[in-house]
Write a protein that binds this ligand. Structure first.
Ligand code: ZN
Length: 242
């Protein structure tokens, strides 16, 4: 028995040597995409319709193009994301944003991919702030898009406004960072100077998405991330408790 087992374990004869294959000629393809976004801290703004209506006029003097006001995603498109390989999210995004122009769409793409915007609650007031577009109207990689993003504070119901800028694509240019930072500061200062600002917000961003509180806004259907929310971060209406 023992010698049989030993025999079985004996390694097989090594395969005959194969001729070393010449290296195959390869065509190389690569694509480097780079996106940069910046968001300021939040400023508290009185939550009245007058103040909200003023936001586009704050961005206007700094924009080279007419301002687009891009609303937060409707509840039925809450999963929408501009991520090409996630087909369901992408399909929702296309449906939800089909009316948005090339500059707004580029802005959403850059700022959503970098998480500088959360379009489940943010309203995005957007324009082309610097640089050129291509012949189809899409901003070049070194063009800067942005403006203001706003949502409502869940506890106070105040509007929280942030300056946001973004750029990028198939390249980056050295001086874009500096110009982007300057534009971000200008936008922020303009909100401060508008007279509607009540000061800095303690927490500009919402807690991480994906939490289930079971508390849903009766007006827009948004599910608050915290069960203690008094106001809907998306539409600013008072949450109704049953
Ligand atoms: Zn709501």
């Amino acid at each position: 028995m023992s010698f049989l087992r030993r025999n079985r374990k004996e390694p097989e004869a090594p395969p005959p040597p194969v001729a070393v294959q010449e290296e195959v000629t390869a065509q190389s393809y690569s694509l480097k995409l780079s996106f940069v976004a910046k968001s300021s801290d939040g400023l508290r703004v009185m939550g009245d319709p007058n103040a909200i209506g003023t936001l586009p006029s704050i961005v206007e003097p700094l924009s080279q193009t007419p301002i687009e006001v891009i609303e937060p995603l409707p509840v039925e498109y809450a999963e929408a994301a501009p991520a090409l390989e996630r087909f369901n999210e992408m399909q929702q995004w296309v449906l939800a944003r089909r009316e948005v122009g090339p500059i707004g769409r580029h802005g959403l793409y850059v700022l959503e991919m970098t998480d500088a915007l959360d379009m489940t609650v943010d309203t995005f007031i957007c324009g082309l702030l610097h640089g050129e577009t291509d012949t189809s109207g899409y901003p070049e990689y070194n063009a800067i898009v942005g403006g203001l993003a706003s949502h409502f504070d869940e506890l106070s119901g105040e509007l929280i406004v942030r300056a946001v800028v973004g750029w990028g694509g198939k390249g980056l240019r050295g001086d874009t960072e500096r110009i982007g930072q300057k534009l971000l500061s200008s936008l922020y200062q303009q909100v401060v100077a508008s007279g509607f600002s009540l000061g800095e917000a303690e927490q500009a961003r919402l807690p991480q998405a994906g939490l289930r509180s079971g508390l849903t806004c009766a007006h827009c259907g948004f599910e608050a991330q915290s069960a203690s929310a008094f106001y809907c971060p998306k539409c600013g209406m008072r949450m109704v408790r049953s």
